[in-house]
Design a protein around this ligand. Sequence first.
Ligand code: MN
Length: 232
Amino acid sequence: MTISSLTRRQALLGGATLIGLGATFLPRIARAESPAVLPPLPYADNALEPVISANTIGFHYGKHHRAYVDNLAKLIEGTDFVNQTLEDVVRTTQVNPNRTAIYNNAAQSWNHSFYWNSMRPGGGGAPSGSLAERIAADFKDIDGFRKEFTTAALGQFGSGWAWLIEDKEKKLRVMRTPNADTPMAQGIKCLLTIDVWEHAYYLDYQNRRPDYVAAWLDKLVNWDFAAKNLGA
Ligand code: MN
């Protein structure tokens, strides 16, 4: 280290000595961003119409998702969580009953980003390539998957999520989770998710969750995203 770079670093530290600080401080300034970030939507807010209206996206992304991120930012301010990835915050807080608020807001932040990417304009239909083979192997066919996924999405009492995941035995399976819970917290590889909280569909479908789930599978589900997550 040259004298001029040392002087510059000391200036950055407000004159604090580097001794004993460098090892922990330097990686932190190298980290790109806080775990509490609202990522941009991967499409325009009206791009999923008519299945999901711009009005629903405006509230769901613009108010609900934003609130989870903003709440998370406030809850972790001044803690070591600001230096962790969002995934690490979710995993380390889910087993700690004193960290429920952080867990709920972190998991909902992650789940919503995953949900936006689980849909695309002009989506739906059936997967291709090796993902199609895996679906056929573990669900018999695409209709078998569809039936299980729909049962999970409709069977989730109250708020929650339905998922396509790869389990630890490398088998594709459908899961459902209540409220903010996410399979990612247990280190399970997630491929797709649908949000079945009422705020995801109530403005467009009111109480008709089955219509929302059917339209989602017919016209929005993003199989390219699932294939990318599977690494297929
Ligand atoms: Mn939601």
